[in-house]
Design a protein around this ligand. Sequence first.
Ligand code: GDG
Length: 735
Amino acid sequence: MDKTIIISNRLPVQLQIINGAVTATPSVGGLATGMKSVHSGGNSLWIGWSGLTDEEIPEELSADIDKALKQHGCAKVKLTQNDVDGFYFGFSNRTIWPLFHYFLEYSEFELDFWNVYKSVNQKFADAIIAQTDENDTIWVHDYQLMLVPQMIKEKRPDAIIGFFLHIPFPSYEIFRTLPWRDEVLRGLLGSDLIGFHTYDYERHFLSSVRRLLELDVSFNEIYLENKVVKVDSFPMGIDYKKFSEAAKKHSKSPEKNHTDFQKKLDEHKKFAPNTKLILSIDRLDYSKGIAKRLNAFEYFLNKYPQYKEKVRLIILAVPSRSNVPQYQLLKKEIDELVGRINGELSTINWTPIWYFYRSVPFENLIDLYTSSDIAWLTPLRDGMNLVAKEYVATRTDKTGVLILSEMAGSAYEMNEALLINPNNFEQQADTLKRAITMPVKEQMARNMFLQNRLKRYDVEIWANEFMGALNGQKSAPKTFVSQKMTEAILSDIVAKYNKAKKRLLFLDYDGTLAGFHKDPQKASPDKELYELLDTLHHQKNTTLFLISGRDKQTFSKWFLHKKYNMIVEHGVWISRNGEEFKFLEKVKGDWMAKIKPVLESFVDRTPGSFIEEKNYSLAWHYRNTDPDFGTKRATELNTVLTSLIGNDEISVLNGNKVMEVKSSNVNKGRASMRMLGEDNYDFVFAIGDDWTDEYMFEELPKSTVTVKVGMQKTQAKYFVESTHKVRELLKHFTE
Ligand code: GDG
């Protein structure tokens, strides 16, 4: 039976070796909870690092560790200390983490880190390959494992692989500074589905894919040679029930049962009943904006001195990545800032900031959430920020105010919070004042909306939606109008071909027989192609037509001496058996002088685009422009041309990165139909990659074997993935 495999850097269990005995206790993080529905029963496996390096695992305990992990449905990836240093503390946290959070100046581009990252990703991939079967579904998590999808796909082409990035994906302008940017993108594109927290991260990723890899992207689908990768946003939720129920239990528990921590908070409330508690909880990370928050707090107290002794900021900073130098510096900076602000502003009765540098047990987290009047979260960048959601979930009486940075992914879904720009101290000071004075009714109204949403879209739904979309990818090819050209289909077609008495073949050129080139004149035929076409052309009972939008001069130069039959400019000209080109269709060209200046103005304003002037048509090429900008300009040009043309004689054709203006009575469908009418053909074949070829696919009779190159939607019956496959297919006709 097909399994589900989850893979993340760390396993959702805590391993301990005490006096030679191994214990594994499940950890209760958000991800582990969300995965409950996916990672349950005997049909799933979670693969990751155990948290102990090879050096820390005594040889004789290795089997015990495997056994303990197996009980929790887990299996370990073995990592040495050197692996962890280079892969986790190195590339993951000194290159990718700062870069993806827009801290370009902190990103270290070290070849050694990258090499270890690659080899450790391979270790993860190997562990998965060793433990999976052909059709398993695999979900890879986060920035530490971005190369894993491709590494698995190489060995397990039929596995369905999903990838979810928990941190932001930065804009192309930032991402492109990474020396190994193409490799990272290719690694991710081994997936069938890639998920992000927000639509912004999704569009940044798609933009990098288009610009750096020059792949075709349509809406949220990326067209690769042999598959379509789907990209979507799935904002991660929390285990709402766990937090709200813990808070309910907390509110009902008598004071004597309170934790020691809560007792201290109770004491404080009794002593200063009118003092508002403002809470912030983060890992001690520069992306969380803790230092700026402290400065903003000082600014607030100076701007509104009436709140001195009336508010207290509780900062819980959880130790994190303390091996990384940047984090050590940050710790020092925050220690000093807290010291200075408290030193300057404290009174006998009041310390403005309570600072805890530690991780606290879950009960104390609930103590803090439920006792604080305001949660103030000011990350400079944050993939999502679950603390914001957890705070709201614990407000069982619906009071409390959430102040949240616009730079957190969660801000997109939490519009009823007070959203701030963490760099704007003026705004933060005013927002703090607004939060302190916000009427309870307003607090409740805002939290009601927030809670309803969080309750509905919890972490389990998040995981299920992702898995649903991933499983949807299993059947994705069926959603194509056309069918993949399999060996079986091909041998059936070849049999018909061999049996046929009169065959007619229409072969498009660019993107079909030959690949695209930045300069169209350089996409000339190679020796192999000439040989293939020669054989087909000289076959008995076979009429072969090259059918193209190209101009007749170029095709004369390339093919006239070969005496192939040719139809060019979409059907304006025809040449047979080496004769000069003649009109196939009577067309007018008087409109061209009017349209050309319009196209020229677009060339001037769109760097990289150019005009191709044919005898009876004008083509504006934008393959070499910035992909987003080029597409935008193409839409604009389409509108301009449509309004200008205003009659039925001329039409605009949207091709593959080209817009062509030409007479309406000319298209490949009409031209191919005329050729078909000339004789009694019992095998007709048409192949092409472009929108202009769709005319053939549409108009030729149903019995025609129509083939699209590429996986975009089409009227053709079958598709093949690449020009390479086209040649392979045609070779079968010659054998
Ligand atoms: C990454 C992305 C994204 C914190 N302190 C304690 C404690 N916590 C728990 C919180 C919360 C979690 O840790 C922190 O999650 P965040 O989402 O706020 O931040 P990151 O750790 O940076 O997580 C982030 C997330 O991945 C998920 O995709 O949202 O943007 O950076 O659940 O409750 N828990 C306990 N004691 C603590 O002291 N028990």
